[in-house]
Design a protein around this ligand. Structure first.
Ligand code: ASP
Length: 320
């Protein structure tokens, strides 16, 4: 089989990155891209590279995944993650995790050790115990502070991304006590993989599942097409089955660049919600990588042979 030049592209979430967190975010995606690339360089599989990169970001408190995950409206942690192997089309996903150290690792264990794709709650907990997964308290001081701030805005009805949850809480106050990472890679054997991990959107309703663990929405990989990972308002990626749409475009011959740009254009044209921030990263079969977004920022980095350090940036092509 013809050998490929390996490449990895990672994201640390779309949205509006506050100035004071940008340096840490860029350093984080750089480190994740570099560690993932080292796996590829040593003939490692794309699947191992994306898991490695996502784990690096789950272990940093600057990203909304693993350590530093956003909290639900009830101030609880409910993390989720998924991973997909483009060679075999096998996938693993999990949600509603409160204290697993690396949700993407549990997603991979589900993929490799069960006959299922998606396991949450009690079942996920059983697997975590069986495989003796490491635990930690993922709620950091800075997430708790941002939760308090957003909660104040929420109480005043000023949180534009959750208008219906606001209405529900107002009508049934007794019901309640009242940022994501991803990676795509191509290895030397031409295999692609994708992985995504998140704490979900801040103040989300308990039990809310976003795009991240849903195969085809937040994550997709197929050797005959390419691989994609999404970030942003998850409900939009779910409604448009966004990552699979990007891969379908690449299967039809579009480059990664054309595919992600078209998908963001579709978001802008079809989703008329007041808040429609989305970001996408993709790699195509040839190893071209691309980032597109309609949000002010998307923290990302990539690395390929010939580069001493990864290229990292807070913005790519913003699609209006
Ligand atoms: N897509 C994630 C979600 O909706 C959030 C993010 O990308 O930051 O749960």
């Amino acid at each position: 089989m013809q050998k490929r030049a390996p490449v990895i592209l990672v994201h640390g979430g779309a949205g509006e990155w506050p100035l004071e967190r940008r340096d840490a975010g860029l350093a984080g995606v750089r480190e994740a891209a570099e560690k993932g690339f080292r796996v590829l360089e040593k003939n490692g599989a794309a699947l191992d590279a994306v898991e490695t990169a996502v784990k690096v970001m789950e272990d940093m408190d600057v990203f909304n995944a693993g350590l530093g995950s956003s909290l639900t409206i009830e101030k609880k942690i409910e993390m989720e993650a998924s991973i997909m192997d483009g060679k075999t089309l096998r996938a693993g996903a999990t949600s509603l995790l409160s204290d697993i150290k690396n949700p993407v690792h549990l997603a991979r264990l589900i993929m490799e050790n069960t006959d299922h794709v998606y396991i949450v709650g009690e079942g996920a907990e059983k697997l975590a115990q069986l495989f003796k997964l490491e635990r930690r308290n993922a709620a950091t001081q800075s997430r708790l502070e941002s939760w308090n701030k957003l909660k104040e805005q929420f109480k005043k009805g000023k949180l534009e991304y959750l208008p219906k949850i606001y209405k529900l809480v107002k009508e049934h106050p007794s019901l309640f006590q009242l940022d994501t990472v991803g990676a795509v890679a191509l290895d030397k054997d031409g295999n692609v993989a994708a992985a995504t991990s998140t704490g979900g959107v801040t103040l989300k309703f308990p039990g809310r599942i976003g795009d991240t663990p849903l195969i085809g929405c937040g994550t997709y990989a197929d050797n005959e097409a390419g691989a994609c990972s999404a970030t942003g308002m998850g409900e939009i990626a779910v409604r448009l089955v966004l990552s699979k749409s990007v891969c379908d475009q690449m299967r039809e011959g579009s480059s990664a660049q054309k595919a992600v740009e078209k998908a963001i254009r579709t978001v802008n044209r079809r989703i008329r919600d007041t808040f429609n921030h989305m970001g996408l990263i993709a790699v195509d079969k040839k190893g071209d990588v691309e980032v597109a977004h309609n949000s002010p920022n998307i923290c990302h980095a990539y690395m390929r042979p010939g580069m001493d350090v990864p290229f990292a940036a807070m913005q790519a092509k913003i699609i209006k």
